[in-house]
Design a protein around this ligand. Structure first.
Ligand code: C5P
Length: 215
């Protein structure tokens, strides 16, 4: 069983994917991390993320880079979205993602093109979204430490601008743009807290699986 979880940045798709994987007892791959590693490696190489050659060379990043906390930084996310427009980069990362999806027992993968390109054969396809303002608010709480009473290091307006720019790049790129697969379940979590979002998604997944086994 493959579960594809796509959606824009800060939509909550990563948390939902991780919880679905735990619920069904299958492994989870955060494919955004691979693009973030390429973006980070370009910077380490002193390359230009807009240059296809530099970006392709960075696909040979060492696996240890995947554990580096800097991959989670906003700046790395922005580099990731710049390198991810190059078809050469997407092709270089394809095999690894496809092999993960095909492992016996199944898998959950989250990203932008899982249901459309990596696993168009997935049993369940989800597209998790939320308004730009709500996604910016969630990301701001996360990065500013506001949830723990900390000081804001980056303004909400800056994050909102960055999220809108990343959405535009992901949606408008020619190769594997961010869009729901025709047969994806689109779930808007703007009005939900984390728990409600997960409950809604789990119910939708279980319904889909029940419908599939009934035919
Ligand atoms: O999901 P995350 O925010 O970590 O992804 C970082 C960037 O990597 C995204 O903005 C997107 O441009 C790119 N990405 C992609 N395809 C994926 C996963 C991520 O293009 N499957």
């Amino acid at each position: 069983m493959i579960i594809a979880v796509d959606g824009p940045t800060a939509s909550g798709k990563g948390t939902i994917a991780k919880r679905l994987a735990a619920h069904f007892g299958v492994p989870h791959l955060d494919t955004g991390l691979l693009y973030r590693a390429v973006g980070r490696q370009v910077a380490l190489n002193g390359g230009d993320p807009g240059d296809p050659g530099d970006a392709l060379a960075a696909c040979a990043f060492p696996d240890t880079l995947l554990d580096d906390a800097i991959l989670r930084a906003e700046a790395t996310g922005s580099l990731a979205s710049q390198v991810s427009v190059h078809p050469q980069v997407r092709e270089a990362l394809f095999k690894r993602q496809r092999a993960f999806a095909e492992q016996p027992g199944g898998a959950v993968l989250d990203g932008r093109d899982i249901g459309t390109v990596i696993a168009p054969d997935a049993e369940v396809k989800l597209f998790i979204t939320a308004s730009v303002a709500e996604r910016a608010r969630r990301r701001w709480l996360e990065v500013s430490g506001q949830a723990n009473g900390g000081e804001a290091a980056i303004t909400l307006a800056t994050i909102e601008k960055d999220i809108a720019a990343r959405d535009a790049r992901d949606i408008n790129r020619a190769d594997a743009p961010l869009k729901p697969a025709l047969d994806a379940l689109v779930i808007d979590t703007t009005q939900f807290d984390r728990e409600q979002a997960f409950e809604t998604v789990l119910e939708a997944v279980e319904q889909t699986l029940a419908n599939r086994s009934a035919v």
